[in-house]
Write a protein that binds this ligand. Sequence first.
Ligand code: ADP
Length: 232
Amino acid sequence: MIVRLDPLLGPGKEEAGARAIVLLGPPGAGKSEQGRRLAMRHGIPVISTGDLLRDHVRRGTNLGVQADTFMKAGKLVPDSLMNPILEERLSQPDCAHGFILDGYPRTLAQAESLDMVLKKKGLRQYVILLDVPSERLLKLLTGRRVCPLCNRSYNIYFQPPKKEGQCDADGARLIQRSDDKEEVIRRRLETYEKETQPAINYYVEHGRLIRIDGAQTPEKVAAEIELKLGPQ
Ligand code: ADP
């Protein structure tokens, strides 16, 4: 990870040429894996709204307690809770060199709101869709296991850990997230179709969507993303 410290940069003082890389795609399409790779390569943080919300839930913040009910039901957290949590995170100094967004926007309203936030910050925006056929998604989702310590994710069908049930990095016992259960998954996929598809259409209409075949290996997906991003 490249750590850049610049005393002149702080909240609201974004680096010239900094970019916001937005990762879109259905749940299970590999957004977090690609987010991690991008973060390493570009030395910018990846902001996962799912992780951000779970962190608020864990800490028992006022917003987190309210968000929890929606997350457990596989529903989207309302913008009145989601947007303040995200804006607070994006105003932290480590986001001044740019950032990667994983899991936001998920609705047309969020796409429009993000456009305004990024315009104010003067960041260039790259919207990348990881496209995955729906039959593959269910296996991807029901097979997902995560490490409770380092957050690394695996898939028992496509990307198993070296030792069954154990994280390769730290040996912790892998878990299935409560929102990865089949009934909840079905609802999350429906929510994606209903809520997020209009956001994708919005980017298509504005000629801003970079579509990537998300069924390829993570390496190929990463290489294609780099190609589309071009030099800084
Ligand atoms: P996945 O990417 O597998 O769908 P996430 O970890 O990104 O899972 O999100 C988990 C849950 O957090 C979602 O089901 C939803 O309830 C909530 N969430 C995450 N991002 C958003 C968002 N942008 N707007 C509203 N709710 C969100």
